[in-house]
Design a binder for this molecule. Structure first.
Ligand code: CDP
Ligand code: MG
Length: 572
């Protein structure tokens, strides 16, 4: 008879367990970790707490998990964490789901406009600040939340600023609601004083020194200067990834193309350079690539908007290239002109950017401007968005709070292209390609339409198709956005401001006598965007309180307004 001997095998960790262990190790290595208990005690003690910590210290990914582990989600209550940027909400929630080993959308989820990746089970909810603002319409006291974290508070986006006011209000009567205001190391005293001197909890950062280099003379072409600097670093500097700050998608794509082309030309003379873009509209699978570790022997260069300033932390960055610009919105309330122009960033921004180089080791920041410009041409801090944007929509939203039977009052009245008679909802990628239309933009337009249709359905307003009468409806809504043909361009009726039809407009050639515009945007000139032709006599009919007939003299319009279907939305 054979005898078998049972031998105990060495306990072996499975691949999944190993990965779990290493994730927990990373969690324990973050600057916030040693302060876990102190932080939880402070949150327990105070209803409102301001939390200040260097970017990458673990505020966004760790604090909600600590709260969850501490029992703040008992009874199905939620922890909400707002982000000013969609990309950050998506990528941070994905990271937290990975750390908790759950499927994104279950216990951990995110909510951004047109994309709700949450479920009944979601207790950690990351969302854009705009989405939380919308939740006030359906749940004015945010009763399903035990904690609200207003993250990236230093960004001072319009929605974040509005949230401050609303949340301060509800905290007064919801004593069991905890409010955390999390910010990079900027402006925290201001937040504290706004929230009735709420205490500030400081997470000491671990920063390595960053050497700053300036150019001797201003750079005429900062895009080209970026490309040259990246290649110089790649060829002459020790290992370490590069982060380049540009102002938007177009610049970023151009920079990436130039880099790829020059690398191709240099071929095997240089080590591999992995070029990765990151901006808000980039598809999420492409976004995720920036977090992949760089293979040995290669170097990664991430070309980003200021999303990488504080919202996202990319490990391994040693070199930062900062041309010193950002795209900024500004609004002139008197003329109603909105502009989106590339402007020098603030010194505070420049310092945050430089800081990205010193997270894992001593780093270098190459500023593509002079030390003089840094001192004399840059503002100290960025002006908060609320002081430089059109407040129309947000005022409507606030007015509808406490009533939103009308859940939404945004009066987005963009007419949709008529797709050459084709049913526009049935467009295909092929059709978009043939008509020089971005499929993604078209999908977005469809999403907006569906959302508006849903809202109209809810308040029982019938949706009817466009015809001549609807032009009058638009005139009734936008009577104050009227312009009249004058020498060389148009003049706004009320302010006599000189404005122009955008070259992308279908009415660019026609130059009708009277127009209603959707918005005024200054880019290279003062342009009206989304215009329709009207009959000036309608103005007296729909807005007799606003116009005097004298102002509208010469009311004979060049010709009768055409059908609404032809008044096409501009894509500019
Ligand atoms: O919010 P804060 O800037 O303080 O830091 P965080 O976003 O919580 O990031 C903490 C750390 O998590 C980073 O330093 C990264 O190591 C890691 N992380 C990551 O690997 N991938 C992400 N998508 C987000 C964070
Ligand atoms: Mg963060």
């Amino acid at each position: 008879m054979l005898s078998f001997q049972h031998q105990e095998s060495e306990p072996q960790l499975s691949q999944a367990e190993k990965q779990k262990e290493s994730i927990q190790e990373v969690r324990r290595s973050l600057p916030v970790f040693p302060y876990r208990q102190d932080l939880l005690a402070a949150i327990d003690q105070h209803q409102i707490l301001v939390i200040e910590g260097e970017t990458g210290s673990g505020k966004t990914t760790q604090i909600p998990q600590y709260l969850l582990e501490e029992g703040y989600t008992a009874g199905g209550m939620k922890i909400g964490c707002t982000q000013p940027r969609r990309v950050a909400a998506m990528s941070v929630s994905a990271r937290v789901a990975q750390e908790m080993a759950v499927k994104l959308g279950n216990e951990v989820g995110y909510s951004i406009r047109f994309e709700d990746c949450t479920s009944e089970r979601t207790v950690l909810k990351y969302m854009t600040d705009g989405m939380l603002l919308r939740e006030f319409l359906t749940e004015p006291d945010l009763a399903s939340y035990s904690v609200i974290i207003i993250d990236e508070a230093h960004e001072r986006t319009l929605h974040t600023d509005i949230l401050f006011g609303l949340i301060k209000d509800i905290a007064r009567f919801r004593s069991n609601l905890k409010v955390l205001v999390a910010s990079a190391t900027l402006d925290t005293e201001r937040f504290s004083s706004f929230f009735d001197d709420a205490p500030v909890f400081r997470i000491p950062g671990r920063r390595f020194p960053v050497d700053i280099y300036y150019t001797k003379a201003p750079e005429a072409d900062y895009l080209e200067a970026c490309v040259v600097s990246v290649l110089q670093i790649h060829v002459t500097q020790p290992p370490g990834d590069i982060l380049v700050f540009l102002t938007g998608q177009e610049e970023i794509e151009a920079c990436c193309e130039l880099l790829q082309e020059r690398c191709r030309r240099l071929g095997s003379k240089i080590a591999e350079l992995i070029v990765l873009p990151i901006y808000a509209n980039l598809p999420s699978d492409m976004q995720a690539k920036i977090f992949n570790p760089t293979p040995p022997g290669a170097r990664k260069v991430v070309v980003a908007t200021n999303i990488a300033e504080t919202s996202l932390t990319i490990d391994g960055i040693i070199y930062v290239i900062d041309p010193g610009f950002c795209k900024q919105k500004s609004y002139n309330a008197r003329t109603g002109m909105e502009s989106l122009i590339v402007t020098p960033c603030s010194r505070a921004s420049a310092n945050q950017r430089a800081g990205r180089a010193g997270r894992v080791a001593a780093g270098k920041c190459f500023r593509l401007y002079t030390a003089w410009a840094f001192k004399h041409e840059m503002e100290e801090t960025t002006v908060p968005e609320i002081q430089r944007t059109n407040l129309g929509n947000v005022v409507l939203l606030l007015k509808s709070l406490g009533k939103c039977f009308a859940p939404d009052s945004d009066h987005i009245v963009l007419s949709l292209p008529d797709c050459n008679g084709q049913d526009w909802s049935g467009y295909s990628t092929q059709w978009c390609y043939e008509n020089f239309i971005q499929f993604r933009s078209m999908k977005r337009a469809r999403d907006v339409r569906e959302q508006l249709e849903g809202l109209m359905d809810r308040i029982e307003v019938e949706v009817c198709s466009a015809d001549g009468d609807n032009m009058k409806i638009l005139t009734a809504g936008y009577f104050y956005h009227t312009a009249r043909l004058s020498k060389g361009g148009y003049k706004t009726v009320k302010h006599q401001q000189t404005v122009y039809v955008h070259p992308n407009s279908s009415l660019f050639e026609e130059q009708p006598r009277w127009l209603i515009y959707h918005e005024l945007v200054f880019t290279t000139k003062e342009f009206m965007r989304q215009v329709i032709e009207i009959d000036s006599s309608w103005l007296l009919e729909v807005a007799p309180h606003y116009y005097k007939s004298k102002e509208l003299e010469d009311s004979s319009s060049k010709k009768m307004p055409r059908k609404m279907g032809k008044a096409r939305e501009e894509l500019g």
